[in-house]
Design a protein around this ligand. Structure first.
Ligand SMILES: Cc1cc2nc3c(=O)[nH]c(=O)nc-3n(C[C@H](O)[C@H](O)[C@H](O)COP(=O)(O)O)c2cc1C
Length: 166
């Protein structure tokens, strides 16, 4: 097994995707794979990391800017390492079967994943709190608030990663 830690990085606006990244980090460590979790915009080098899991929230059909920038900035280094990509978005259970479901923006995520030769890409449900402030989130929250992140599915995905790194 590679001794270098896995870097789990995320772009998140309202914290839901950041928490998914933490769950992934915890699952990797539980499988004896060292992992560090960071906000994508705070990472300035991939040196010392053996693999990367890059995730971002979906907003208006786009992957979070920090995730896109990270993929662009480190494209070459990412292609030299095992990489997995995820996105969190739909406020429903449509991705629970492993498909892209109603994830508006999934295409852009797959495109980015291809560019960095990702070994796997997963789309997860999102979370929008009923108390979300600011427009249009507050208006959306009136109809679509809820937590659609399936933690056990996310942990199973992380376990697959640890098995492939092992
Ligand atoms: C204004 C707004 C736009 C959104 N646009 C999309 C979208 O285009 N596609 C999608 O799948 N989810 C969309 N969502 C759902 C978010 O991706 C979901 O709430 C996600 O969990 C947010 O992650 P974060 O808490 O890490 O910011 C949108 C949510 C809001 C509030």
């Amino acid at each position: 097994m590679s001794r270098d830690p896995v870097l789990v990085v995320y772009g998140s606006k309202r914290g839901g995707t950041a928490e998914i990244a933490e769950w992934i980090g915890e699952s990797l460590r539980a499988a004896h794979v060292p992992a560090q979790v960071r906000a994508a915009r705070e990472v300035h080098s991939l040196e010392g990391f053996g693999a990367v899991v890059l995730g971002g929230a979906l907003y208006t059909g786009r992957w979070h800017r920090d995730a896109r920038r990270f993929a662009r900035r480190f494209a070459r280094q990412l292609r030299e390492r095992p990489v997995w990509v995820f996105a969190s978005g739909p406020l429903d259970t449509s991705t629970d079967d492993g498909s892209d479901g109603n994830a508006f923006g999934a295409k852009a995520v797959h495109k980015c994943a291809n560019r960095v030769d990702a070994r796997g890409t997963a789309l997860f449900g999102g979370r929008l709190e009923a108390t979300a402030r600011g427009f249009p989130a507050s208006a959306m929250a009136k109809k679509n608030a809820g937590d659609f992140r399936d933690r056990s599915r996310i942990e199973a995905w992380a376990k697959e990663i640890s098995a492939r790194l092992g």
